[in-house]
Ligand binder design. Sequence first.
Ligand code: ZN
Length: 304
Amino acid sequence: MAIKFRKYFIDLKRHLFLRIDETPGNCPYCSRRFLADDLYCSRCGEKKPEERRNRFVIDAVFDFFSEITHLDNKFALTLMWLFFRPGLVTRAHFLGVKSKVLKSITILALSLTFFYQFFPNVTLFHTGFNEMATAFQRKSWTTSNVFRFNIAKAAEKKSLAINKSVEEVIVATETRAQYAANIFLWILLPVWAFTIRGALKDVRPYYIDHIIFAASLFGTYLLFWLLITLVIFGLKIDTSISPVATLWITLGFAVFTILSVKNAFLVDWSKAMLKGSAVAISLFILVVLFRQLITIISFEMVRS
Ligand SMILES: [Zn+2]
């Protein structure tokens, strides 16, 4: 651990005060002499510079596009694998591959950032006040209010008790809930990872592996959800989704989870189906409980 930190600060100093080596045939970054058939520096990985010549501006523009869409770069490769080869990114993490794929925590942070960029006010990780109140009025059982909490009535009571309008109570609840959801999301994940551990510790015993799997899968779900919302529902997140669409989306996520478990943990099909379903269902239950607890507790915390 201490050695790791030491190396980090040595690197920091080296990069900060780097002097580019101008000697032809040397690596400009670390001064190692290139061999005739080297494409990259064998010490630091820098590309062997091509001879500079006059170029068309259009070449530079194309270079820019290929740099940001380069299929070999970490970002593009990770996205392609996340969407089309479920579980493979996690497998690469398990095997210690570092230079080709983004870390799972980076995947999660990026997908959260994308999400809040597009939908800053979305009630993704907490139940909206109105959603909960409407769900209570409905007679049939619903996942929007599993605790059967009569939040509308409670809000009226509270508004009298603390001498504020019901509107103000609702706004205060929503603000608190949004804030709390973003923080406690980082607790939800390790808890889910713990249930993944319960299903798959015979295959991989280390808890850190289950957290890595949970973070990449959760990040991928978010990216998928973002795409679905953007493409199919035309940016209108508040419109209620039809039950048939919900069923298809839920099924899709379940199948994706099963494939991810199969490819990341290298288990056979029957095991993948059983454990993948358990992993998907446990997340569903956790998210449902989490979203509502966040709202209820935030509501209870509202004081004058
Ligand atoms: Zn070098």
